[in-house]
Ligand binder design. Structure first.
Ligand code: BDP
Length: 708
């Protein structure tokens, strides 16, 4: 029997040979299986064995992925023995090895080299099918990177999900990579084969769920035809360990059910949601649950009926509970009628509700208190709601960070938030410990990333934006992972492991986020982007209907100074942080440059630690940002020998645009600040290319990704 399996595998290896002539168009992402260097090829396993009775689709998907990878990596010459994969429950061979899988949970895995019957065997073992799948991808990754194959790993966070802000007409809110990959119109009849590749990519990172539709949800996604479409997607994703979730519109009982109210305490509303949940689980038996944006930016919610967020979340949680589903209730709320500092409103609203949420509710909190800016301090809710599982929401798509044009590696932004110390339970109370549940003993934990995926051939609009999807997945698995290690790993998988390439690229990626902060919003400034589309600088805008839609609301600059006073003399947002963090943010001297103008309004002549004035330092930061991008271009030019023409050129083109746009940001911002303070530029700093009026007159009616 075993011999037969071996022959079959060898045959499949041959059939699975990839088309090497295929262009390098970034479609393969980091799953770019290529022949390994000759010396390493012999070490690639030549056969893959699962128990003949194995029925778990995830184990079978793992087997198929290994076939595919080994065939390509070995050039059909794999001789490094056999891989055995499975769980002790379903595989006699795995069981016989009596491996210690005790601490691996449902999704962890063990990859181990063992000798059985005098032959080397690589075993990929786990307690469940998902773990086997993740272990298989880990084995592939390690072979691709030329690392020893043994690894033991388990995710620290339970729900690792993407949030697609995708509309039913295939437009993507804040999407910069084409249309939605969800072809709702042709679903369920046609399932684009791309969904399988999407699932493979996510599974390779351990992402185990996806919310298919925009948080600004239409009720239609909950109608029977759209549930059938979502079910078809779920069928494709299931073998890759991914669950489907939906964004739920809170007023759906009115819009779909014909009820007069969506009041969460109304029995007819509760019954409607119960019936809806039952209906969903009939077509998607492993449905993950609902994501909800309520009473935020015009969305309906429980507050419309004088009820609390907990009332609303718990009502949905009750409908999902019999089926094992969860509610992800977003804390991104602010009201135009509320004069309170926008940075404070989520905390003010949610903190008092700690302890009131049902056990299957997670409150989903953005990384910072405003809105996915190039840099924000961590959200004060982290650490402030010990009795509620808080899920962290990052934005992978770069709405405020140069769309898919600018090269900005977000791994460092993510890691900066995760390692921030909230001090909520004393030193070491990092955001990562809030999120992984260890700080307050939560078992239901989660991390969400607003997806940057679209129908573009390269998925994310640029090759380097793939790294942000990658980094999100790796950090959701292990929030303590190093952003730099992840960057180097991604570069190795995506291009080449040659250290002469991977190292400088990882350096460039790590520097890219600070460069952007410097040329866009240095020293803690935020939300100065163009109205609506968020493309380019518009710090002068101050005439929009809602105060907090105006950049001027955030920078508060005038002839005398700049910055938002969030100390006790101002909005006292610092008071929402725990002791040592609050003390640090309370004074300019201890706040540090990164968040200086976020927390403080300072005179232009304020002396910075190095002796320069705030104004000089600000201009120098803009200059430094522009210079950094020029440096990235030069570095990328030097890396040309390592990269195929197509991917090299597109990246080079985008870097050129980025440099131009960095200069635009710098020039427009400097011109505007100077129009307020009337000061000269520091010596050697160039004049803006155009007068301020030129920048003010620029319009971008067709910028991508706009809400509609
Ligand atoms: C803002 C986006 C908007 C989203 C909103 C959200 O501009 O399109 O709907 O966040 O997170 O940043 O709900």
């Amino acid at each position: 029997m075993r011999a037969l399996v071996g022959v079959l595998c060898a045959l499949l290896l041959l059939l699975g040979l990839p088309d090497r002539a295929a262009a390098e168009d970034s479609y393969e992402l980091w799953l770019r299986y290529r022949p390994l260097p000759a010396a390493a090829r012999a070490g690639v396993p030549g056969a893959v064995a699962v128990d003949p009775a194995e029925r778990d689709a995830r184990v079978l998907a793992a087997r198929d992925e290994l076939f595919r990878a080994f065939a390509a990596m070995s050039g059909g010459m794999g001789g490094g023995g056999e891989v055995v994969l499975g769980t002790p429950a379903t595989s006699a061979r795995v069981r016989a090895l009596r491996l210690d899988l005790g601490d691996l949970g449902d999704e962890g895995y063990l990859v181990r080299r063992v000798m059985t019957g005098g032959r080397p065997v690589t075993v990929v073992a786990a307690n469940g099918g998902a773990g086997v799948l993740y272990g298989a991808f880990a084995l592939i990754r390690r072979l691709q990177l030329g690392r020893p194959v043994e690894e033991r790993s388990a995710p620290k966070v339970r729900l690792r999900v993407l949030n697609h802000w995708d509309n039913l007409d295939r437009s993507v809110e804040r999407g910069y990579a084409g249309q939605s990959i969800w072809d709702w119109w042709r679903l369920p009849g046609h399932k684009d084969p791309r969904y399988v590749d999407y699932a493979r990519a996510n599974a390779s990172l351990g992402i185990n769920g996806t919310i298919l539709n925009n948080v600004n949800a239409k009720a239609d996604s909950l109608t029977a035809p759209y549930l059938a479409k979502a079910a078809a997607v779920a069928d494709v994703l299931r073998p890759y360990g991914m669950k489907v979730y939906l964004s739920a519109r809170f007023s759906a009982p009115i819009e779909l059910g014909g009820l007069e109210t969506a009041d969460p305490l109304d029995p007819s509303v509760q019954a409607w949601w119960r019936a809806k949940a039952d209906e969903i689980y009939r077509v998607i038996p492993d449905f993950g649950g609902f994501l909800v944006k309520a009473n935020s930016e015009g969305q309906p919610g429980p507050r419309d009926y004088g009820r609390s967020h907990a009332d609303g979340a718990n009502m949905l949680a009750e409908a999902l509970r019999p089926h094992g589903g969860a509610v992800m209730w977003r804390a991104f709320v602010y009201q135009e009628t509320d004069p309170e500092d926008r940075a404070k409103q989520a905390y003010t609203e949610f903190k008092p509700q700690d302890g009131r949420f049902a056990p299957n509710v997670l409150v989903q909190v953005k990384n910072g208190p405003i809105d996915f800016q190039p840099r924000e301090p961590f959200h004060p809710l982290f650490g402030a709601m010990p009795r509620t599982p808080l899920m962290l929401e990052f934005q992978i798509t770069k709405e405020y960070l140069g769309f898919a044009t600018h090269l900005v590696y977000l791994g460092e932004l993510f890691a900066e938030t995760l390692r921030s110390d909230t001090y909520a339970r004393g030193p070491g109370s990092t955001v990562s410990r809030v999120v992984d549940g260890s700080l307050d003993g939560h078992r239901l934990t989660g991390m969400a990333g607003v997806a940057n995926i679209g129908s573009d051939r390269d998925w994310t609009g640029s090759t380097f934006d793939q790294a942000n999807w990658y980094a999100f997945g790796r950090l959701a698995w292990d929030p303590d992972a190093s952003a730099r290690t992840v960057a180097a790993e991604w570069a190795g998988l995506t291009f080449t492991t040659d250290p002469a390439f991977a190292r400088p690229v990882a350096d460039l990626m790590m520097a890219s986020r600070q460069a952007m902060v410097d040329y866009m919003t240095p020293l803690g400034l935020a939300h100065l982007m163009g109205t609506g589309h968020h493309h380019g600088p518009a710090p002068w805008v101050s005439d929009l209907a809602r105060p907090e839609w105006n950049p001027a609301y955030y920078h508060r600059a005038d002839a005398r100074g700049i910055g938002f006073d969030r100390t006790s003399k101002g909005s006292n947002a610092v008071g929402q942080y725990a002791g040592p963090a609050a003390r640090r943010f309370a004074r300019p001297e201890t706040t540090g440059e990164d968040h200086l103008l976020w927390f403080h309004h300072l005179p232009w002549d304020h002396r910075m630690p190095g002796g320069a004035t705030l104004w000089e330092t600000l201009v120098r930061r803009y200059d430094r940002g522009v210079a950094a991008v020029a440096g990235f271009r030069a570095r990328w030019a030097g890396l040309r020998p390592f990269v195929d023409a197509e991917r090299w050129s597109k990246t080079a083109d985008l870097l050129k645009v980025q440099e131009e746009e960095a200069r635009w940001w710098r020039d427009a911002s400097v011109a505007y600040w100077r129009s307020l303070n009337g000061r000269a530029l520091p010596p050697g700093s160039p004049e803006p290319a155009h007068p301020l009026e030129y920048y003010k007159a620029l319009r971008f009616p067709y910028a991508p990704g706009q809400a509609h």
